[in-house]
Design a protein around this ligand. Structure first.
Ligand code: HH2
Length: 270
């Protein structure tokens, strides 16, 4: 899943794709690079972000979804019912819902739905997140929402632990480390670590200094591949090509020796 934020203030790509033409071009480029889904969002959920009116969010996302949806599967990243409905009418077939509450839209329109976990609300969620057992609590929450959606007719239900949404770096690491417990519940799992601040805060373990948002490439790719090895069915990333390349190379170590490895290519190299 490639990230496409049509916003001025997203924590990583804010302002880059506020122009609809540039947004569409970037979405098509991510599809060309191998993204199966392009996730279009018109409101940042970073800690402290200003809320966006329904009218403005619609203005940002609808034309982009209309232009992209004939070419690639589109999800809409929103917490507003009216935006989800308009996005589906414009061609989106997956509602990516960080509030885990919009399943009625998916049930009514026959599209898929992602139930993500968040503690609190974006504005204050990082102030003092606390859990007794973060993995058990996140798992219980998303799975109960997912079961409710299934029982009410949503046919495609994803769960997402919500990395960085009301979580400390230790909470995020525990969720990644114990991801197989969530995978074991049987719902397809989506994970989004790309460029998130916990990667910057953990970087000193390797390099001695924290990394800024533009310098979290290695951590983003490493955690995406880790999530896939742990059973995630989709990862939400800014850097599609590099993530796909890393995942494919790591995945190919699982192929039998006689598998489709291009042996000729290695003859002149070490
Ligand atoms: N993370 C972000 C936004 N939406 N959706 C799901 N399902 N999972 C995630 O981890 C997730 C998400 C935050 O990232 P981004 O969209 O890049 O930034 P911003 O919220 O500032 O626009």
């Amino acid at each position: 899943m490639g990230v496409l934020n049509v916003t001025p203030d997203s924590f990583s790509d804010g302002g880059l794709y506020l122009d609809a033409g540039r947004a569409v071009a970037h979405g098509l480029e991510m599809a060309r690079q191998g993204a199966d889904v392009v996730d279009v969002g018109g409101e940042s959920s970073r800690p402290g972000a200003e809320p966006v009116s329904e009218r403005e969010e619609l203005r940002r996302v609808v034309p982009v979804i209309e232009a992209l949806s004939p070419h690639v599967r589109v999800s809409v990243d929103t917490v507003k019912r009216a935006v989800a409905e308009a996005a589906v009418a414009a061609g989106a077939t997956l509602v990516n819902d960080i509030s885990a509450s919009l399943w009625p839209v998916a049930a009514e329109s026959g599209v898929g739905w992602v139930a993500m976990h968040m503690q609190g609300a974006p504005r204050t969620m990082q102030e003092d997140p606390r859990y007794d057992d973060v993995v058990a609590e996140v798992r219980a929450f998303v799975c109960s929402r997912a079961r409710a959606a299934l029982e009410n007719g949503v046919r495609e239900v994803w769960v997402d632990p919500g990395i960085g949404f009301g979580k400390t770096p230790s909470h995020n690491l525990a969720l990644l480390h114990r991801l197989p417990e969530l995978v074991g519940e049987g719902f397809p799992v989506l994970v989004g670590t790309s460029r998130k601040s916990f990667l910057g805060r953990l970087a000193p373990l390797a390099t001695g200094e924290p990394s800024g948002v533009d310098d979290r490439h290695a951590g983003s790719i490493a955690t995406a591949v880790w999530a896939m090895l742990a059973g995630a069915s989709m990862v939400r990333v800014h850097d599609v090509r590099a993530t796909l390349e890393a995942a494919t190379l790591v995945g190919s170590t699982r192929l039998p020796a006689s598998g489709p490895c291009p042996d000729e290519a290695v003859k002149t190299d070490r």
